[in-house]
Design a protein around this ligand. Structure first.
Ligand SMILES: [Zn+2]
Length: 474
């Protein structure tokens, strides 16, 4: 006789390529329909105390092509855990326990990222309840599992921030939400207002908020996990809605621009995860938050504004606003004399043209930091690819008669590269710096089954956590 508990508990097992194996003294046989393929799940019903057991395929990690630049063993575990969670959850299991799959952290990441659904604005009675996902009692690596849960839940937090409609995620609401969530995790959160930004002479940042009725905010976050003298500075673009301003965007898919604060969401969720993990690093976050809207007060194409470092900028296209808010944030971050600065932004559509939706573009003035973030990406499965910082691009931004910089490049093409060249003008030359363009991986990505193919992703925050944990200590 089988034992059926009242709770609908499902369990995920994992298989490599064998078609029969033993679970709780039951011989499971997949011979009739073949072994479970990588990334797929097959459910066996009523096995002992578990009403349902999902067997998921791990595949053969050694088959990964090195050109794919990914740790296949870890990635396959994320994919398998996600497949198991989805299979059991769609069969109404209310509790799911997961095996360690020999990579407990990655199992937790895949399971937690797959167990996510944005339904905050749906009537309560129409919402789909999500199962509770936990670690199998007899599995090993509980500390790794907990680590994976912390990181993936922080990524899910970034996804919620990005997905939430812009009228429910204004600069003020974003700031309040972050203050509430991160203060509880021992992160100091300062919320600066427009008067503060004026005092700091952040004319470039403030020029973007001119057309909006929503007041701008500037977040300054501090997590002190070490007594290092120098901090790691993370800077994130926080445009809570980008209409393009007077250089108005076309209306199709403009709603996606609620997620133009994806860089900000990445910075916030990375610091949240580092604090919860008690990572031994000293990190500061700088997040300029505002809307980019057209109105009688909005910045007009051709207007010239001044950034905090005194450089004058001609705003030729008001839709190239991310670099304007980042310029001042980079200047302010530099005043702390950080170990290095990483800025992250949904900056250019051009990066999606160049790289598609599976990898973030990274520009770096420092080879060691590039190598470290490159390695971090292959470990987390959220990869990065290096882009150029040639003088050629800087000349396109800086070679003008009437002002120091233009926010648009002179030439055709290379929009991500000229944007990076623009930002470089606001980082002191002796400060190591990385710029991460995430416009391609912002939402609806087709490459990671565990984050799903629809909705905002919060990517690549797991790579930032991995990178800062290592590079921040070096
Ligand atoms: Zn824009």
């Amino acid at each position: 006789m089988f034992y059926f508990p009242k709770r609908a508990v499902g369990r995920i097992l994992v298989t490599t390529v064998s078609s029969t194996f033993v679970f709780n003294d039951f011989l499971l046989c997949c011979s009739c329909c073949g072994p479970v393929k990588a990334g797929q799940a097959r459910i066996f019903w009523n096995l002992g105390k578990f009403p349902a057991v999902a067997v998921t395929g791990l595949g053969d990690a050694s088959k990964w092509d090195e050109l794919d630049e990914i740790d296949g063993a870890k990635e396959n575990v994320r994919i398998a855990a996600a497949a198991g969670v989805r299979a059991l959850s769609s069969n109404k299991m209310t509790e799911i326990v997961v095996e360690d799959m020999e990579h407990a952290q990655q199992a937790a990441e895949g399971a937690t990222l797959a167990n996510y659904k944005f339904q905050a604005f749906k009537s309560k009675d129409k919402q789909t309840p999500l199962p509770a996902v936990g670690f199998a009692e007899d599995a090993s690596g509980k500390a790794d599992w907990d680590r994976g849960v912390i990181i993936a839940e922080a990524q899910n937090f970034a996804r919620v921030l990005m997905e939430t409609p812009a009228n429910h995620m204004t600069p003020s609401i974003f700031a309040d939400t972050v203050k509430q969530r991160l203060s509880a995790a021992n992160v100091e959160v300062l919320v600066h207002d427009e008067a503060w930004a004026k005092e700091k002479k952040m004319g470039s940042f403030l020029s973007v908020t001119n057309g909006s009725d929503e007041p701008a905010r500037f977040l300054e976050l501090t997590y002190r996990g070490s007594q290092d003298e120098k901090c790691v500075a993370l800077v994130g673009k926080g445009i809570t809605f980008d209409s393009g301003g007077i250089s108005l965007k076309p209306s199709a898919n403009m709603d996606q621009m609620r997620a133009d604060m994806g860089g900000a969401a990445n910075v916030v969720s990375t610091i949240l995860a580092l604090a919860q993990l008690k990572a031994p690093v000293y990190v500061k976050g700088f997040v300029p938050l505002c809307e980019n809207m057209p109105s009688g007060k909005a910045t007009k194409p051709g207007d010239v504004v001044y950034a905090m470092n005194g450089k004058s900028i001609c705003v030729d296209n008001t839709d190239a606003e991310g670099r304007l808010v980042l310029a001042d944030a980079l200047c302010y971050a530099s005043t702390f004399n950080p170990k290095f600065i990483l800025d992250i932004a949904t900056l250019t559509g051009a990066i999606k043209v160049a790289l598609g939706d599976c990898v973030s573009g990274v520009f770096s003035s420092n080879n060691k930091l590039w190598e470290a973030i490159h390695e971090a990406g292959s470990q987390t499965g959220d990869r990065v690819w290096r882009m150029p910082l040639f003088k050629h691009y800087s000349e396109q931004m800086c070679d003008h008669n009437g002002y120091d910089l233009n926010n648009l490049g002179k030439g055709k093409g290379g929009g991500s590269c000229t944007a990076a060249a623009f930002l470089r003008e606001f980082v002191p030359k002796d400060t190591p710096w990385l710029h991460v363009d995430i416009a391609g991986v912002m939402g609806d990505c087709s490459d990671q089954s565990y984050t799903g193919s629809k909705g905002m992703t919060g990517r690549p925050m797991r790579t930032l956590v991995e990178f800062v944990t290592k590079a921040g200590r070096a």
